[in-house]
Design a protein around this ligand. Sequence first.
Ligand code: ADP
Ligand code: MG
Length: 627
Amino acid sequence: MAKKYEGPAIGIDLGTTYSCVAVWQEQNNRAEIIHNEQGNRTTPSFVAFSGDQRLIGDAAKNQAASNPANTVFDAKRLIGRKYSDSVIKNDLQLWPFKVIAGTEDNPVIVVHFKEEEKHFVAEEISSMILAKMKEIAEKFLESKVKDAVITVPAYFNDSQRKATKDAGVISGLNVIRIINEPTAAALAYGLQKRANCVENRNIFIFDLGGGTFDVSVLTIKNNAFDVKATAGDTHLGGEDFDHRMVNHFVKEFKRKHSKDISGNSRALRRLRTACERAKRTLSFDTEATIDIDAISEGIDFCSSITRAKFEQLNMDLFEKCMETVERCLTDAEMDKKTVDDVVLVGGSSRIPKVKQLLQDFFNGKDLCMSINPDEAVAYGAAVQAALLGEGIKSVPNLVLRDVTPLSLGISIKGDVMSVLIPRNSIIPVKKKQVYHTCDDDQPGVSVDVYEGERSVASENNLLGLFELKVPLAPRGLPIQVCFAIDADGILNVSAEEETSGNKKDITITKENGRLSTEEIERMIQEAENFKEEDLKFKKKVKAMNVLDDYLYNMRKVMKDGSVTSMLTSTDKMKLNAAMIKGKNLIDDKEQHETFVFVDFLKELEKIFESALNKINKGYSDEESDSD
Ligand code: ADP
Ligand code: MG
């Protein structure tokens, strides 16, 4: 296959709570999950604004407890949605950061940064996470990365996909494809290779993540992935299991110390962090300990929990997952016996009890879990990226196809939904249909584009609309409407009246309240500015650290009596004063620019070296005090 893209193309799983990046390594014939600078293979999808610094990933999550209002997460729940969307109504109450309605009802995240109120749309926050993932990959690959495949949940509509792609563009990535998360997971296991060209292969994807639970049934036929059904719970995942454990320990603390910490938010946050860690331990060990210094009123909290207890605390939630599994199969009209592969995805699928319940449900079937579940989606995205780029030798000429998650059509007379592209159509796809004007001398037609399964058009989701002028004519004037979806699932709709040659089209962008090219341009610029600021900040920290090290060494020398006894008292005074000034500079670091630290270090070096030189040259100690 010809090389289409420059350099390595990466796969990014942009998760609600954690993100993951991978790259195909031809020499090993497998994808490599790339760890971040903390050594972690997944990176929290968190962005924080703290002091004059922007933090992304682990650094942002770690300071969330002390800076809740300016620590943003869950951008994926907002992306491509409207503020008034009922799905996010409840989330708004739960988020510690502020979200307001912006232009065209787009949600806007408000944070306090550098003494200013800053506004961000979800695309911008997601772009920051994507930029971080890009940076992680670049460090590992020791080269620039431009091209990426990004994954989205199978149920994401056109608007959410487009917005995710925009986020990629803002981050400086060339998004070569948006693919469904379950499709990516199936790809990771190379399940398409096993699909016989004649028969379908049925794949069940079980994705239990940090805050969401998604199951999907896919079938593969002729290398095309078809999402047969999806089901899930938008608020069920690892955080709920953590929460149950937190409640358990709050009760225990009350019993042991007669103190209620349920109103102490700092204590709760620390406990939650400890519980997440304990939960992870319980996936490979049968017991885990909790150890928190001075959790409340100076009391240290030390305790332990067994795997059995953890399972008991969450059993109803685990069982709820299994009910969803059943429902999804019913929706797909599929008997569980006909499922060929069951794939585990999402960090919480590492929980042994979850695996066991799922295996039992599928009558003891072997589960696909040789790839870490929280890495499978990124793995598959990397496979897809390689297939689109340089190709994979072991899978020659494989073309992968996705399908449309919802039906697409226009509203015709009487608010009827006329479907041009039915749900589950393989993309890319192009469909044309001729419609006719309803009235004599009608000046124009309105093309209202909807997605959804309802036959009443206005009950579906309006993606965009436009007016096409037509020449005055008796009713029945033919209008050709064309729907085209590209390989990323992005829709272009055009309408044409042949006799006049009038033609109009839209790609679902501005009209749909999505970002315009100018807005994206502006955000790209902002992202660039942030990069500069980050660099500036890093320079400042470096200058500060060099000064701090120097001061530290100086203090050590000054503690050495054999040296100080040889210094003149003037020099000693000068040195002490300079050391105090240096410490003050570092203490008030926010107020100083980088050059202040650099210049002061030079001054300090001069004073110190000249004092030491005098000693080396054997100046007498006559001026010195008698110490
Ligand atoms: P997302 O839902 O954002 O796609 P992941 O699939 O990475 O994210 O899942 C993150 C969740 O997985 C977190 O709640 C985390 O605590 C949980 N998790 C990660 N590793 C383990 C483990 N070893 N055992 C249990 N839960 C885990
Ligand atoms: Mg996920």
